[in-house]
Design a protein. Structure first.
Length: 585
């Protein structure tokens, strides 16, 4: 997103002089490109309209049903009830708008998701058009839209803040550059001493507000503040003066974040200490490549090679452009480093946008006379587009299948009667508890069925209970009660209560940390409520759990040879009982 001005001038990468007003017919290529991009979006991702509530959707509904916008935007006590150390109030405002307009209707959430994606990528196209012709701008936008990081967002309304943050960031850049391209009579005094703002000052102020809103949508857009001075013309002093509103917005964001969170740091998911950062930094490049390649090694690798070639073409013999590309890549990946223990494809979106933009600039430079070659540019574009489509179809099949399974399971669990259980659901355990809340507290229906992630639950299952499980062949939840005796005998008979086991738990400073042993192979999980909930974990690590004050859990070790062992229930609480150790020899 920041590699947008490596553009057309080898002398200075900033905005070119203002152009004369274009005839209406010259807008036809842009209208055609916009129509093609919207059509591509709907063609690639329209299936999301078939999905139901999944993942964090019902958590957001639960939270928003208990709090008003001014509370979660302005009251730290309310915001800190969330299980994360992040400041993303625009996501909740966006979801709140859907609930106010359409009620708890998942179709509205997914329609909003597609609309947000359309606006975001049209704005991305408009940013590229500041420096590029329609064809190459559409190329870069199409590749960005088809990438695995973008595809991973579409079936998850809880990730809409990436899309709406992109829209706001792109609008900020558009307003900034347009303000700098205003007539020269406004250049000498962009901040007039009179009470009336000039057109340039108004544009810069609106750009800063959009930047602030993008930062409040998702933290990945905060580093954009570093690049406004680079886009501005003139010496360092003038660049800083023109970027002053954005620096002010950045400082305001930091103050708001400190007020709401009590810290400038944050994050969610895995707990990471300073000692973990070198290891994460070493592993991050490969994780980013995998996130961008997706499940198609051949097509994904060809696509990445084309993007790399575009970046080389855009920055070849242009040190400023190469430096900007490097700085943008660092700014795009730095914020995700602490959270990269378990990489999500969407976290690679900022870097993906930078590479897609670099491809567009590279193709434009290859085709530019006098020494350009349209054949070389067309070849590079083809080498990007063909694998992009192939990789998208494979990535989307994987992402949609996972979302469809979770959607089907949640629908089934929602109507499951008491005494029936769903085995090994795909959604996170917390989302199933929110589904219970939705049924019983929000819709005032009687309690329904349950679920379990770990087969230890089978060992205490009542004989009359019925069990269901998702069948990937029929893509439905099927009754497997007839298989339960065999499943129970197989798992419960493989449990060894006398095998060695070491457990060390610590709940302190909003983190649950553990160290498990003595085995170096096999798999580990933390289970709750006798197997109802389970969380696969490494033998040493931690979760960020700022709202958790106490928990009772068991540790499950599964040997590669097929046997299992469990710890007894272990209770750990923040405060005097923050540390619990268990050992069995």
């Amino acid at each position: 997103m920041c590699f947008i001005a490596s553009g057309t001038s080898d002398r200075h990468p900033g905005p070119p002089p203002p152009a004369a007003r274009r005839p209406a017919r010259e807008a036809i290529p842009d209208l055609a490109a916009a129509a093609a991009l919207i059509a591509a979006l709907l063609l690639l991702y329209h299936q999301v309209l078939r999905l139901w509530w999944t993942h964090d959707d019902l958590f957001a509904l639960h939270y928003l049903s208990e709090h008003r916008p001014w509370q979660y935007c302005l009251e730290p006590r309310v915001w800190r009830q969330l299980p994360m150390r992040m400041l993303t109030p625009l996501l909740f405002l966006s979801t709140h708008l859907d609930l106010e307009l359409f009620g708890p209707d998942p179709r509205a959430q997914y329609a909003h998701q597609l609309a947000a994606a359309a606006l975001a990528f049209l704005a991305f196209y408009a940013v590229l058009r500041l420096w590029l012709p329609p064809v190459t701008a559409a190329l870069g936008t199409g590749v960005a839209l088809a990438g695995a990081p973008a595809a991973s967002l579409m079936p998850l309304p809880s990730t809409r803040h990436y899309l709406e943050g992109l829209l706001l960031a792109a609008l900020s850049i558009l307003l900034f550059v347009r303000a700098l391209r205003r007539p020269r009579r406004e250049e000498e005094r962009p901040w007039p001493r009179s009470g009336r703002l000039s057109g340039r000052a108004l544009g810069l102020s609106l750009s800063a507000l959009c930047y602030l809103a993008a930062s409040l949508a998702k933290e990945v857009f905060v580093p954009l503040v570093l690049f406004y001075p680079w886009l501005a013309p003139g010496g360092l002093g003038r660049r800083l003066r023109l970027s002053a509103p954005h620096l002010g917005a950045f400082l305001f964001y930091l103050g708001w974040r400190l007020y709401m969170l009590g810290t400038l740091g944050g994050g969610y998911g895995w707990s990471v200490g300073a000692a973990d950062l070198p290891r994460l930094a070493e592993d991050l490049p490969l994780k980013l490549v995998r996130a961008m390649v997706g499940p198609s090694p051949l097509a994904g690798t060809l696509l990445l090679a084309a993007l790399a070639a575009g970046a080389v073409a855009a920055s070849y013999r242009r040190p400023r452009a190469a430096l900007l590309l490097l700085a943008a890549a660092v700014a795009a990946t730095g914020p995700i480093l602490p959270a990269s223990t378990e990489m999500e494809p969407r976290w690679a979106l900022p870097l993906w946008l930078i590479l897609a933009a670099a491809l567009a600039f590279g193709c434009d430079r290859l085709a530019r006379p006098p020494r350009g070659s349209r054949t070389a540019a067309a070849l590079l574009a083809g080498l990007a587009v063909i694998p992009a489509v192939a990789a998208n179809r494979q990535s989307w099949a994987q992402f949609y299948a996972a979302a469809e399974r979770t959607s089907v399971e949640n629908r089934a669990l929602f109507v499951l009667p008491s005494g029936e259980y769903l085995r090994h659901p795909a959604g996170p355990p917390a989302s199933l508890h929110e589904l219970q809340w939705f049924r019983q507290s929000y819709l005032r229906q009687p309690p329904g069925g349950g679920w379990f992630f770990d087969d230890l639950f089978l060992c205490a299952l009542p004989p009359a209970a019925r069990v269901r499980e998702y069948d990937p062949r029929s893509r439905r939840v099927e009754d497997i009660t007839a298989r339960v005796p065999r499943l129970r005998a197989g798992h419960c008979g493989s449990i060894r209560d006398d095998e060695p086991l070491r457990v060390d738990l610590l709940l302190a400073d909003g983190n649950l940390r553990w160290r498990l042993g003595p085995y170096t192979t096999g798999t580990w999980s933390l289970i709750v409520a006798g197997g109802q909930d389970a969380y696969p974990v490494p033998p040493a690590g931690g979760f960020q759990v700022p709202a958790l004050s106490a928990v009772t859990l068991q540790v499950h070790y599964a040997s590669p040879t097929g046997w299992h062992t469990y710890s007894p229930p272990l209770s750990v609480a923040a405060g005097p009982g923050a540390h619990v150790a268990f050992s069995r020899h």
